[in-house]
Write a protein that binds this ligand. Structure first.
Ligand code: NAD
Ligand code: WQD
Length: 337
């Protein structure tokens, strides 16, 4: 298949491009490089031997986007789009909501207009477990209500886009849309050549652990150890980014008329202290940390029930937290070399 990947130089996008190329698909990438760089293209080429066509454009610029779809008519039309592009910093979205609503919504609307005009009707969208809001204690299943109690404008853009995509698919039965709800992607490519960018001021646990290991921060602050969990720290469903990437290939093969949601998670919860121990085990070094106050908006426990993806996509996470830590450390070593 010929696949257009938006956000394809980013963290999850670049790992997915590698899996797509390895599976024999033709890939073209759009990214405005606001949170990634062209070095991802070098790494993709090194790993796969293929350098995908790259368009450095902003999806919010409809004229530029339309040109790509129009030009593809002359050669070979896209069969599908995988839409990773978006802003994702939860804290920043609280401070600058309009930046998030503009970027994430306008880019998606432009993409949908072009897809409709040029008859490209298969779409995979990067959604998030954040759409469940505050789902309570158990594992999240896809039929839980969404949209209530979402803590950030970022999370609300994911919910809003899901709703838009459901409406589009309901109005035009030729659309085939997958809404993939990622839990907490971590890890790096086993080659050590690509991984998560931890420059800047990340909010997420793993890039902050990477910053501490790299010597940029003196220690990790563990946000709260008085939650109702076995060790008092929050529990999340951390999933290896290569497993997430492979979930997209499984979804591509299973697309049907309509919009359907699938969780991409492991089904297993891991606490912050367990993540620290796993990192220490893999690196052979102590990771300095302190217990800090709770972070506003954090849920004690959030993890997936991945049964729907297993039965309908034939996809299951196969890699472990230890694999993710090993690959992260390998990536950090490559950066130092
Ligand atoms: P990322 O920031 O590494 O990748 C997103 C890419 O989109 C970046 O390369 C950025 O430059 C590009 N981009 C942003 N706005 C654009 C625009 N208007 N035009 C063109 N390119 C644009 O993020 P990621 O971690 O790879 O996440 C990919 C997707 O998955 C995002 O939509 C994110 O919200 C979603 N997601 C991520 C996580 C996570 O924890 N990483 C969890 C759930 C969902
Ligand atoms: C994980 C755990 C923190 C940093 C966010 C988004 C969600 C999704 C994934 C995109 C929590 C703890 C963290 C630190 C810590 N992204 N922590 N010290 O909050 O589960 O989800 O990323 O869709 O929408 O909200 O992930 O990595 O920020 O936090 O103790 O310095 O690590 O309290 O328990 P989260 P996270």
């Amino acid at each position: 298949m010929k696949i257009l990947v938006t956000g394809g130089t980013g963290y999850i996008g670049s790992h997915t491009v590698i899996e797509l190329l390895n599976a024999g698909h033709e890939v073209e990438i759009i990214d405005n490089l606001c949170n990634s760089s062209k070095t991802a293209l070098d790494a993709i080429e090194k790993i796969t031997g293929i350098r995908p066509v790259f368009y450095e454009i902003d999806l919010c610029n409809k004229t530029d986007l339309k040109k790509i779809f129009k030009d593809s008519e002359k050669t070979n039309r896209f069969d599908a789009v995988i839409h990773f592009a978006g802003l994702k910093a939860v804290g920043e979205s609280v401070e600058q909501p309009l930046k998030y609503y503009n970027n994430n919504l306008v880019s998606t609307l432009n993409l949908l207009d072009c897809m409709a005009e040029y008859n490209v009707k298969q779409l995979i969208f990067s959604s998030s477990a954040t759409v469940y809001g505050n789902p309570g204690d158990g594992a999240c299943t896809e039929d839980l209500p969404t949209g209530q109690g979402i803590a950030s404008p970022y999370g609300k853009t994911k919910y809003m886009i899901e709703e838009i995509l459901k409406d589009v698919a309901a109005a035009d039965s030729t659309f085939q849309i997958a809404l993939l709800r990622y839990f907490n992607p971590v890890g790096a490519h086993p080659s050590g050549l690509i991984g998560e960018d931890f420059s800047g001021r990340p909010n997420n646990l793993m890039p902050i652990i990477m910053k501490v290991d790299h010597g940029d921060y003196p220690e990790l602050s563990v946000y709260g150890d008085d939650y109702p969990t076995p060790d008092g720290t929050c529990i999340r469903d951390y999933i290896h980014v290569v497993d997430v990437a492979r979930g997209h290939l499984a979804a591509l093969a299973a697309l049907r008329s309509g919009a359907r949601e699938w969780n991409l998670g492991t089904g297993k919860g891991t606490s912050v202290l367990e993540m620290i121990s796993a990192f220490e085990k893999a690196s052979g070094k102590k990771l300095p940390y302190k217990i800090a106050p709770r972070r506003a908006g954090d849920l004690p426990k959030l993890y997936a029930n991945p049964a729907r993806a297993a039965s309908e996509l034939g996809w299951k996470a196969t890699l472990t937290i230890d694999d993710a830590m090993r690959d992260t450390i390998n990536y950090l070593e490559h950066l130092k070399a």
